[in-house]
Write a protein that binds this ligand. Structure first.
Ligand SMILES: Nc1ncnc2c1ncn2[C@@H]1O[C@H](COP(=O)(O)OP(=O)(O)OP(=O)(O)O)[C@@H](O)[C@H]1O
Ligand SMILES: CCCC(=O)O
Length: 355
């Protein structure tokens, strides 16, 4: 029997699981409020804070470091890579520490996995990091040659949910066209054509719908004027876009659950902004339906906010004319991570090498 530690640092949460073969013996989701994360200047400064949560979860489960056979983390902003499982190596750690493509909680996934695996004398892996890149060429081009679109999205959960949906229907993921909408701290809407995400909004850097923490697409000239105003430096502007935008900017909270509650209780501003988020998601789904030329087998709504019936109905009302809307709330990330590590340990899968 193999013992696997799976680590998923999300933008608003830390999720940890301990698996013995394919059975979860402990699963923990700890949500982090905007105030709790505010003292940390950058994501990497949260290393000790997040590591302690993981060590506590292990202690509660009665699992010691020497029990661990593999550690697998949700991976971060490294160079664009193919979908798959990667062994965490020094090159990857060096890129995350010194040349990250940006700030994202999942940057901690590989670092924490590597650190804990080293202490446990085991190997560390990551699977389907947020930089999985399967964009079709035409989707990379923008209206200026200096700026190319890049693929940054919830690759692990989007693919895990798409595969789970295909399995439920008794077909192969590679035989379906799907639009997968991840509704989390960030929101990504991906066009999956026969197993490849040929277009998706860069969910971190100001594309697509706004979300609890991200500003989403903003008018470019307005942002340029903001930058030229001298009121903010580039780090502050980056934060407005990718961690202190959306609900955080409007209301000071990253909790979609709280905004939903406020809207239900009659707060009209909360209701309008919540509707605007849903409206933008609906529009993004419409765009991805055209990417798939209308040949869409299903639209999958997933992530933490997909628990919210109002949000799912709003989006569903806008897009159900395209295809069946399937709600798969939460995420399959820990299970997907642990399953990948198990296949490596059993010798059924050879991890890719990050260069
Ligand atoms: N039952 C629920 N109803 C409504 N919203 C919910 C519910 N549960 C969680 N959420 C909201 O979902 C959001 C977090 O979703 P999720 O856990 O998928 O994100 P994350 O993993 O922290 O970040 P990301 O997925 O962007 O990496 C929060 O805003 C939270 O308030
Ligand atoms: C997964 C990267 C995008 C985001 O968190 O918004």
């Amino acid at each position: 029997m193999y013992t696997i530690l799976a680590i998923n640092p999300g933008s608003t949460s830390t999720k940890v699981a301990i698996y013995q073969d394919d059975k979860a013996v402990r699963e923990l989701t700890l949500r982090h409020s905007t105030e709790e994360l505010a003292p940390f200047a950058g994501v990497l400064d949260q290393f000790d804070f997040r590591k302690q949560i993981i060590l506590d979860a292990m202690k509660e489960a009665g699992v010691t470091l020497s029990d661990i056979d593999a550690v697998i983390g949700r991976g971060g902003l490294i160079k664009p890579v193919k979908s798959g499982v990667y062994e965490v190596n020094e090159t990857m750690i060096d890129d995350i520490r010194h040349r990250p493509v940006g700030q994202h909680a999942s940057n901690l996934g590989a670092l924490l996995a590597y650190d804990i695996a080293r202490e446990a004398g085991a190997k560390a892996y990551m699977a389907d990091p947020v930089v999985v890149d399967e964009l079709q060429d035409v989707a990379r081009i923008t209206g200026h040659p200096d700026i190319e679109r890049v693929s940054i999205f919830h690759a692990l959960n989007q693919k895990a949910m798409a595969r789970a949906y295909a399995e439920k229907r008794g077909v192969r993921y590679e035989d379906l066209n799907l639009i997968v909408v991840h509704l989390g701290g960030g929101i990504s809407v991906g066009a999956h054509r026969k197993g490849e995400v040929i277009d998706v909004n860069n969910a971190l850097d100001g594309e697509g719908p706004f979300s609890p923490e991200r500003a989403g697409g903003l008018p470019a000239l307005a942002v340029a004027k903001w930058a030229a105003s001298g009121k903010y430096d580039i780090r502050q502007i980056a934060k407005f876009i990718n961690s202190r935008g959306g609900f955080v900017a409007h209301f000071g909270t990253n909790s979609a659950m709280e905004i939903s509650k406020r809207a239900e209780e009659g707060d009209q501003r909360a209701a309008l902004v919540q509707d605007a988020m849903c409206y933008n998601v609906g529009k993004a789904v419409g765009a991805m339906a055209t990417v798939l030329k209308g040949q869409v087998d299903a639209i999958i709504l997933t992530g933490g906010i997909a628990h919210d019936k109002y949000v799912c109905k709003y989006i569903g009302d806008m897009v159900s004319f395209i295809a069946e809307v399937v709600v798969m709330p939460g995420e399959n990330e820990l299970e997907a991570l642990a399953g990948n590590a198990l296949r490596v340990l059993e010798g059924k899968l050879t991890p890719r090498v990050y260069e």
